[in-house]
Design a protein. Sequence first.
Lengths: 588, 260
Amino acid sequence: MIRPADHRHVSGAVPVPAVEAERLTFRYRSGEKPVFRDVSFSVKQRETVLFLGPSGCGKSTLMYCLNRLYPDSVDGILEGTVKVYGQPVSDVPAGELCRKIGIVFQDPDSQFCMTRVDEEVAFGLENLGVPRSEMDERIDRILRQVGLAEYRRERIHTLSGGMKQKLAVACVLAAEPKILILDEPTAQLDPQSAREIVHHIIKFQQERGLTLLIVEHRLDEWIAHVDRCLLLHADGGLLDEGAPRACFTRHGKDLAHWGIWMPAVTQLTLELPSSPDAVQEELPVTERQFIEAVKGAESVTADLERRLQPPRPAEQPHDPESVLSVDGLTVRIGNKTVLRRIDLAFRLGELAAIVGANGSGKTTLLQHLGGIGHKSSEGDWRLNGRPPSDWSQDELRRRIGYVFQNPEHQFVTFTVFDEVAFGMRQQRLPESAVHAEVRRLLQESGLAGLEEANPFSLSQGQKRRLSVATMLADEQQWLLLDEPTFGQDARTSEQLMLLLRRRVEGGKAVIMVTHDMELVQRYADRVILLMDGEVRYDGAPFGLWKQEDLLSQSGIIPPVCYRLRMMLEQQHVGENADAAFRTVESGS
Amino acid sequence: MLRLEQLNPAVKAATIVVCVLVLALFYDPWTPLLFLAWTWGTGMLFGRIHWKKWVLFFPPFLLFAFGYFWTVALFAGASETSSVWWEWGWIRITQEGLDKGLSLGLRVLAFASISFIFVFTTDPVHFIYSLMRQCKLPPKLAYGILAGFRFMPSLREEFAIMKKAHMIRGVDRAKGWRERAKRLGRYVIPLLAAAIRKAERTAMAMESKGFTGDRNRTYYYDMKVTGKDGMYVAWMLVGLIISVTVSWKLGTLTLYRIQL
């Protein structure tokens, strides 16, 4: 896509690139293996560039080097030069660079230093030396633009994750930079908030002519706006660059192998057995491209239809006594009713997903099912028909496992091996049996060879797999998980889901909270939609996608195969209507 | 009208220090008692402090003060000449011990009250800004402290989640003091690891917004010292002088050093 160039900064015909990186190499210590090496690229003004690469390839580090956070704030050695609008960044005084390059980080909780919303925006203005008399007006203006005007005097920690990220964008844009680096700004948000953030940033880009450099895992919201992809390989070198379609087409297999998330449409296209050759030759990255490419091929429609009817495993004979249920569950926290008269029963041999907007009570419900809920609740909880008073904490924990959102919270020992062995040792199993079982589980979770590592030193994906492995070790019949694939790469997510699926097919039960509808469509037998603390849908995933009102109220987008199926159908209807219209016209 | 909430926080804090130092010179029950009354009056007249706050925060100090009083009244080495006020078995309370105890107990309450007046009427963020302006606190330190404030609520939430997470792992099934000590370590390390990571990220975010730690910056809150602050200092000093004078007229004024 060619946009009108910004000529303000140069007199010549060719505008100066917004960012130029020349032969960048970064290492933490001399002689050490570099995080990335020999990376050169150039970004045009107003261009949107997406950086892709396997986790650990140094994408984020590269971004930090562009605005000199590295090596200014971290011990490290950077070779090569970075120029911003033709000026080497090393010549820009510290404290001035933020007028040229702004950066929004991933974690909504750790990019603020003040207590209240207005103070945080003011902090940036203070740094720039903006006179106090101008601050109020500028704070108001920028907060209005991100839709936070009413929250001006709120405390930041009371805001939702999505609102915090909006505030982060506001703070950065208050310095009026021309270049914006986005380091996974939506990675920790639910889909609804992610969409809003992307919408705001794209709007700002159009209004202010921003240049965007994006590192992101979830691409669906961004991809339609991306001009160019830069692909880094695992060793930290630049592998390829090009328009998104070309890049994904050339490297689809590598990306899948490295566990890089692709746009859902692209992923689907690779998996569809029937997609015409034309589609495989140039992979679509947006739904529109997909629809145009398949040209209404019947086989594709049939394929999509088949995917929507998830393959069900043969019904396992299960113990009818084994039921986990809540009856009339109502939970109030403070004066807010978080859950209202919930009646649910779960059976073994079932993978159930709990979905809903942020604040709809998903985690509270899951914790109650796991017997670690809020104390002030009404209603009955029963496991196998027996109330909590009939269960000792010990017995309960041997039956119900629970995996928290942040795996670190659950680590209780100092090596990976001890971590998995912990539960079994507490049950006083013989050490030889413990050893054999731990080895098996570590093998299964892809953690073999890391026995002596400290759990805290593992990568995000490894930590998650370890936290699940500790629960598998105790062989609980009921496994409850709070957003198990959150922040994971594509491959880890898939491995994890297959692991859970195997358990379910082995006659155990999995209940998980998730925001990922692709996951629900592919792996869940049953989906429960919560809205304002009430169950609004309980049944097969396919049935939920049809409930358009419910979905839009909860900010849920149905999975890509459903959306494509509907688009194809509408196109079909549209063509028929067109044909009918033409007949009528010619008749008259 | 003087409003405690609008005063300069650094001046308010300095006033506390002065009052505490002066009060510490006197060793009789009347001076701190009178000053205590003066402080309460000041809070009621010029501050908007909800009574619930007093009710909530005062009792611990009351208990502490009473403990002080009781110990000193019982065990202070009173001279033989001092008149005995009450005697029961080995418990012997002299007039002198009683005075000393009351004096120390009331002193604790007076210190607590004047500090409460500060804490309940001062926004901590304003206080830090005021320290930067009036006391030349380096911005690096000041904004570091402010960033630290933000960690408190999240630390508490995290701790609550961890307690549940450890319950799930069956850590609480562990018995015995050795296991319990281990348990503490299990809480501290993840919390610390998370806090360090968070601090690093926050520092980077601050730097990326152009923070250099330089004093050459503007300030969102303009913390000036005005005539009202002078009035407040004068008002509190008047309170001190009145307390001391009344006590002196009553003939009870005792200087700390003389008592030793």
